[in-house]
Design a protein around this ligand. Sequence first.
Ligand SMILES: [Fe+2]
Ligand SMILES: [Fe+2]
Length: 229
Amino acid sequence: MSYFNFLKERYPVFFTELNGCGVFCWNGYRKIMLKDLSTAKHCLLVSFIAYHFCRYLVQFNCLREDRIKPCLIAALLHDIGKIDPGVLSIVNNGRRFTDAEKEKVQEHVLIGYRILLRYGFDSDIANIVLYHHESWDGSGYPKGLVGFEIPDLARVLRICDSFGAIVDPTRKSYNGERVVEQAVQDIKSKAGIWYDFELSCHFCDFMSKFSPHFKEFFNCIYDQEYTTR
Ligand SMILES: [Fe+2]
Ligand SMILES: [Fe+2]
């Protein structure tokens, strides 16, 4: 059974929410799955984190409920720009990027933004994808936006995306049980630098309660038994 079908059966509520995101969202995700399984798994993991983090923020009146769905769609498709052949060949070449390659890979945000607009998503969602690598201190890309210039859900996604990337065993050396705790520490250490300070505090609080669910979902995605297809 593929990781996807397995998760669908195991997390019916989350997948019902994803289903509600519409056919264009699924078509986009299917494209990622076909082109690059590693990116597809990362996107699904990030959408799982982002969905639950948004719900947590809503609970504490830090986010409006109608912002959950746009964030879920943007999270599931945030790295769709990486399926661009020019970007994909660099991502998969397995060695350290040259400066020119790094620049090319960074284009995935703009490519993703254009794909989403072409699919008919509104600019609110496309902008979350465009700005998901912007940093609070202005050191991110593509525009070097600072603080609240960065759209709210792009700031949310920035944290969830980093967290998903830090724990991804296909990208980083997996460090067993401590990986989640280390990722939380990493987010904390960059709060107010790369990440919105207040959102980072909420995220660490959220993850202290959510980590058992996260670990279970994470294990299902990356467990060898379910990663063969
Ligand atoms: Fe990205
Ligand atoms: Fe990502």
